[in-house]
Design a protein around this ligand. Structure first.
Ligand SMILES: Cc1ncc(COP(=O)(O)O)c(C=O)c1O
Length: 422
């Protein structure tokens, strides 16, 4: 086997070291400085650029932070979420969309997805808002909308409902950097927008994130909470609880270098998606997730396929025989050993068999996010679901799409998929 093909690996532009060297040369080795300011300004330029025949002008401000998770946390805080509140969160997502709600002593209320984008279902959202108001006597404090694998949501419908009830939308665009809806960058529609620069994202700062804020005042407030909520005195005066969430000037140097290849990365992910689409067209039992219409312009952070439950994959009788050692996604070497290879909600056997077949061919693939309302840690949380995300989770597999994935890799992956079908 020549090389392993990963889902999405960090890919350097070659411009990063100059920014990092400058930080060392000028001794800006701290969580503030010229790279942090420069990276924020590059991001502001990118997110405020609306494409297409529109006169819309944006003036969003961006704060660079230590992680996308920190950005979710601070967005919730900025929306006034606190102890005893409820926040509506898309159930079909990575845990970082919902966990920060619990950091604040609030409760995530999960809402299911619709079939087209796999993101929040507007009808279920409205049902959830009406029902929570009836049950608790108060409105949910915020709505966390996610752009799963980069796919824009039904943003118009979601924002119209949010406006109707006066609830702020936090867009979790951690996976959606560069995705657009009607030509506008995802993360700029709601009150706040979350970005992630984790090692596996569209661009990386090794670890890092950012919060897109509505204006300069909101940016100041978020920076205040990101730097331990220090009051303006010559000594340390704290009147509120803050966090140490600012991005390091070294990481921001990586970010400035990465911004020079962001457009290239987006184009590559789209190219890889188009090639998979071509190679897997007409394969019975396999469907590839695509933009539902021309309004949607996904960055295709990862490419996803669905396996029909009646598709027979070679070796599926051996799926789930062995327990997996090591957490999915690496988790920095942390292992929390499972005692049983099964849970009460897992991908179908044919999906696990396909994952194993790809693994044997040197290809990393991964089940879709397991919906939060099916996670044991959230077993008692309110949820408004119709089975869509659970069904997609059981049928889906994420395929490699990062900058290192070549056309010949895609051909190998598509062929392995075809050869694995019985
Ligand atoms: C949907 C979603 N939200 C939030 C995050 C959190 O970002 P980070 O890993 O930078 O904390 C991630 C990715 O890791 C994500 O996929």
């Amino acid at each position: 086997m020549s090389k392993r093909i990963y889902l999405c690996l960090a890919h350097m532009s070659g411009n990063e070291m100059a920014y990092i060297q400058e930080a060392f040369d000028t001794n800006w080795v701290v969580p503030l400085g010229p790279n942090v300011n420069g990276f924020e300004s590059d991001l502001e330029h990118f997110v405020n650029n609306v494409q297409g025949a529109t006169s819309k002008e944006l003036d969003k401000k961006v704060v660079a932070l230590s992680a996308g998770t920190a950005a979710v946390h601070l967005a919730l805080l900025a929306c006034g979420v606190g102890q005893g509140d409820e926040v509506i969160v898309q159930s079909f997502t990575f845990c970082a969309s919902s966990h920060p709600v619990t950091y604040l002593g609030a409760t995530p209320v999960f809402v299911d997805s619709e079939e087209d984008t796999w993101n929040m279902n507007p009808q279920l959202l409205e049902q959830a808002i009406i029902d929570r108001m009836a049950v608790t006597g108060k409105k949910p404090k915020a709505i966390v909308l996610v752009y799963l694998y980069g796919m824009p949501a039904k943003i118009d419908e979601i924002c119209a409902i949010a406006d109707k009830y006066g609830i702020p939308v936090i867009e979790d665009a951690a996976e959606g950097l560069g995705s657009r809806y009607d030509g506008q960058v995802c993360g700029t529609f709601g009150m706040y927008g979350v970005l992630s620069f984790n090692g596996n994202k569209m661009i990386t700062t090794s670890g890092g994130g950012a919060l897109i804020c509505p204006d300069g005042e909101a940016k100041q407030k978020v920076m205040f909470y990101a730097t331990q909520a220090r009051e303006a005195y010559p000594y340390y005066q704290h009147e509120e609880i803050g966090y140490n969430y600012r991005m390091s000037n070294i990481c921001a140097g990586i970010g400035r270098g990465q911004m020079t290849v962001l457009d290239e990365h987006i184009a590559h992910h789209k190219h890889v998606h188009a090639l998979y689409k071509e190679l897997l067209a007409g394969v019975p039992g396999i469907t590839i997730h695509d933009n539902p219409s021309s309004r949607y312009d996904s960055n295709f952070w990862l490419v996803n396929i669905l396996l029909s439950p009646d598709l027979c994959v070679k070796g599926e009788e051996h799926a789930y025989v062995a327990t997996v050692t090591g957490a999915v996604g690496g988790a920095a070497g942390v292992t929390h050993a499972a005692s049983d290879p099964h849970t009460d909600c897992e991908p179908n056997r044919n999906v696990e068999a396909m994952r194993l077949a790809l693994d044997a061919a040197g290809v990393e693939s991964r089940p879709l996010w397991k919906p939060m309302h099916r996670q044991p840690v959230y077993r008692n949380n309110p949820c408004y679901v119709d089975g869509t995300s659970e069904r997609l989770f059981k049928m889906g597999l994420c395929l490699p799409a990062g900058p290192y994935v070549s056309d010949s890799d895609v051909r190998l992956i598509a062929q392995t998929i075809k050869d694995s079908i019985q």
